[in-house]
Design a protein around this ligand. Structure first.
Ligand code: PBG
Length: 327
């Protein structure tokens, strides 16, 4: 007979459980996504109905939110801008006085090196049709988009952004952005590439928050974002972005794609980020409000699961709540 095997010995007391802990969460793992909207009266913020607890900010409330994040030990935020005027080319995305460059300057004036500022680089919040690049009929123009992302990324770097994060999934955009940045001496500006972004239905609430619904052209992003049915293309996406100069690789969404995070994090020695997206946030919030789940406990568990899958950094709307709980 074998000696009796008992897993219980490893779990029987709080200290033993602590001793054998493999993965832990820390506020330094989190990045807080924030929305800043042009034309909101300064000092005010507008609630987002499908994302209770998240807001569209004016610049002053945004800066306040950033100060709180820094205070909690969160190393960085990522900004999404909502312009007053949208057009076919998304020109407010690369206007030097657009809402995002103005917001970056305000945050940096207050917090300087105390907080990393990342800027999402995409046109979908800025185009009147809601697509990530200019369109011609149902065709989303990859190369035209790429040129415009490079211009936008450069404006954000000039405004003081530490990180630019192309989220469009057009081919060639990381290389174009790296070139544009380097040509002006922004060699230290990091590129966080949304390398493996799925054409997911979990972004619904974000499109309310960023006012980026579809008004012309195709009704989805399936021609440039990944098919949830696929994994092998994720490797090629990562390889392309790394070859073009990406510093950090991201998988998005997080919870339904833990397998993707796992396999990529064991295959590549680069910092990995995962985006716990708006739909993941909204589900936890809704179930919590209904009393069906303990939202806070499920949140901490889901963040730990994303870490266990191999992500170093987690973009989450819950960053402040989680950081507070870890204090
Ligand atoms: C594109 C972008 C999107 C998200 C982040 N950047 C939306 C999209 O691709 O449609 C989604 C984030 C979320 O759902 O929380 N600018």
């Amino acid at each position: 007979m074998y000696p009796e095997v008992r897993m219980r010995r490893l779990r029987n007391s709080p200290l033993v459980r602590k001793m054998v802990t493999e993965y832990e969460l820390s506020p330094s793992n989190f990045i807080l996504p924030l929305f800043v909207k042009e034309g909101l009266e300064d000092g005010t913020k507008a609630p987002i109905s499908s994302m209770p607890g998240a807001f569209q900010h004016s610049i002053s409330t945004l800066v306040e939110e950033c100060a709180q994040a820094a205070e909690l030990g969160i190393p960085g935020v990522i900004l999404f801008g909502i312009p007053e005027h949208k057009d076919a080319e998304g020109s407010q995305a690369y206007d030097p006085d657009g809402i995002v460059p103005r917001a970056v300057r305000a945050i940096k004036a207050k917090l300087g090196d105390g907080l990393l500022v990342a800027c999402d680089v995409c046109l979908c919040e800025y185009t009147d049709h809601g697509h990530c690049a200019p369109i011609e009929g149902d065709d989303i123009r990859n190369d035209q988009g790429v040129e415009l992302y490079a211009r936008a990324a450069l404006e954000y770097a000039r405004a003081g952004a530490d990180i630019v994060a192309p989220s469009d999934m057009m081919d060639g955009r990381v290389g174009a952005i790296r070139q544009a940045l380097d040509a002006e001496g922004f060699v230290d500006t990091l590129i966080l590439a949304y390398a493996v972004k799925y054409a997911s239905s979990f972004y619904g609430p974000f499109r309310d928050a960023a006012e980026s619904g579809f008004h012309a052209g195709p009704k989805d992003r399936k021609t440039h974002q990944m098919d949830p049915a696929n994994l092998s293309q994720a490797f090629r996406e990562v390889e392309m972005d790394l070859a073009e100069g990406a510093d950090i690789i991201m998988v998005k969404p997080a919870m339904p794609y833990l397998d993707v995070i796992k396999v990529l994090s064991t295959s590549y020695d680069v910092p990995m980020a995962a985006y716990q997206v708006s739909g993941e946030y909204a589900m936890l919030k809704a179930a919590d409000e209904k009393g069906w789940l303990d939202g806070h406990k499920c949140l901490m568990e889901s963040l730990l699961a994303i870490r266990r899958a191999g992500a170093t950094m987690i973009l989450t709307y819950y960053a402040k709540e989680a950081a507070e709980a870890l204090r």
